[in-house]
Ligand binder design. Structure first.
Ligand SMILES: NC(=O)c1ccc[n+]([C@@H]2O[C@H](COP(=O)([O-])OP(=O)(O)OC[C@H]3O[C@@H](n4cnc5c(N)ncnc54)[C@H](O)[C@@H]3O)[C@@H](O)[C@H]2O)c1
Length: 354
């Protein structure tokens, strides 16, 4: 059996989910790991049993043996690295967000077309078992026409610092980091309707609250609280051309009683709460039913999600499956996120071109 030879660029926190999934995959040879922090790349090569470490991604891309790469770096390098990898003839799995600007996202889309190579966007929540099971119910028409979705991803304390809170490297705060997951999941489950307009608000009222004691929170690999120019929280109302709408709110910090993670969609025949616990709601014989699907992980399981996403990428590279999170979806999500910031800045609704 010929194995897919894979390299991972960026050996920080999230790379573990990629590297573990590749390492365990029977049809993959985990070949190279790249990080500008050379010691980090070397340590990962040791830990995951890859062959070679690189400091400069260009040296890795020059190796014709490598078939595919995962990009797990800061957000502002995703576009540049995706284009370079595609031009070097590699398939790409790019972590979310695809890019931090619409112009760059369109350049990646063009590079995909030009190169004839495949690019999967790492919208990992789509690959959660709960999302895939719900998709089957939706595709079978069990929820009818979906006309409303509502998502919250609220951290009361959780600005990760480092590059996450440096807008130049991250593109934005909770919207780009966690909001993207729930906006994408709703949009995907709604059948990816065309966006008509976006109205958003962002707030920078509380700062990063690195002063808070006795309460732990997620921190970047290179934690640094000294720079923070991203929003604390954002909310948005997204209207679609088919009349459906999506309401969302997200935060790195907020005076909330506790964290909240909720994703709900509502259709004419039924509804579903996919987070925090998978439930399908419907009506039969004049009675309302709340149905609890019996699956191992009723809410998103991190490692299972990544295993599914990476197995899917491998199958796509081997020509056995069609992409379910293609570059076009990465472009659309970048447009939505950027429109939320633009709407907040201008204080008006942003209309998308027909
Ligand atoms: N899908 C998810 O659930 C999920 C979760 C966390 C992070 N992410 C995404 O993964 C990416 C990485 O996040 P993280 O938490 O691992 O960050 P991190 O800071 O822990 O790691 C990033 C690594 O990339 C390296 N790096 C940055 N630019 C580089 C370049 N040009 N060449 C080589 N190495 C480079 C850094 O040295 C660092 O080791 C981000 O885009 C983030 O949005 C996704």
């Amino acid at each position: 059996m010929t194995k897919l030879k894979v390299a991972v660029i960026g050996a920080g926190s999230i790379s573990d989910a990629h590297l573990t999934s590749y390492m365990e995959h029977p049809e993959v040879e985990l070949y190279a790991i790249v990080d500008m922090n050379e010691e980090r790349a070397q340590a990962a090569v040791q830990k995951y049993g890859a062959k070679v470490a690189f400091k400069d991604y260009r040296d890795m891309l020059a190796d014709p043996q490598i078939d595919a790469v995962s990009i797990c770096t800061w957000n502002n390098s995703h576009g540049m690295l995706s284009i370079a990898a595609l031009e070097a003839g590699k398939h790409v799995l790019c972590e979310k967000p695809l890019c931090t600007t619409v112009e760059e996202a369109l350049r990646v889309e063009e590079a995909v077309r030009r190169s004839g190579k495949l690019l999967q966007v790492g919208f990992v929540r789509r690959y959660g078992t709960n999302a895939q099971v719900l998709r089957r119910f939706i595709d079978a028409g069990e929820l009818g026409e979906i006309y409303y979705a509502k998502a919250s991803y609220l951290r009361r304390l959780g600005n990760p610092g480092g590059w996450f809170s440096d807008k130049e490297r991250s593109g934005g705060g909770p919207l780009f980091d966690i909001g993207i997951h729930v906006i994408d999941l709703c949009w995907y489950l709604m059948g990816r309707p065309k966006v008509k307009s976006v109205s958003g608000n962002t707030y920078t009222k509380l700062g990063n609250r690195s002063n808070i004691k006795n309460l732990t929170f997620y921190q970047a690999a290179d934690y640094d609280a000294s720079k923070n120019d991203v929003e604390d929280m954002a909310n948005a109302l997204i209207r679609f051309e088919n009349g459906a709408s999506l309401m969302v709110d997200v935060s790195f910090t907020l005076h909330a009683k506790k964290n909240e993670f909720a994703v709900k969609i509502f259709g004419e025949q039924g509804g579903a709460e996919i987070e925090p616990e998978f439930t399908i709601m419907s009506e039969k014989h004049d009675t309302i039913l709340n149905i609890t699907p019996q699956i191992d992980h009723p809410s998103f399981d991190f490692m299972e999600g990544f295993r599914n996403e990476i197995d899917y990428f491998v199958q796509v590279c081997l020509g056995r499956k069609e992409l379910i999170s293609p570059v076009e979806d990465g472009v659309e999500l970048t447009k939505i996120l950027c429109a939320i910031y633009e709407s907040s800045e201008k204080g008006t609704e942003i209309h998308f071109n027909k």
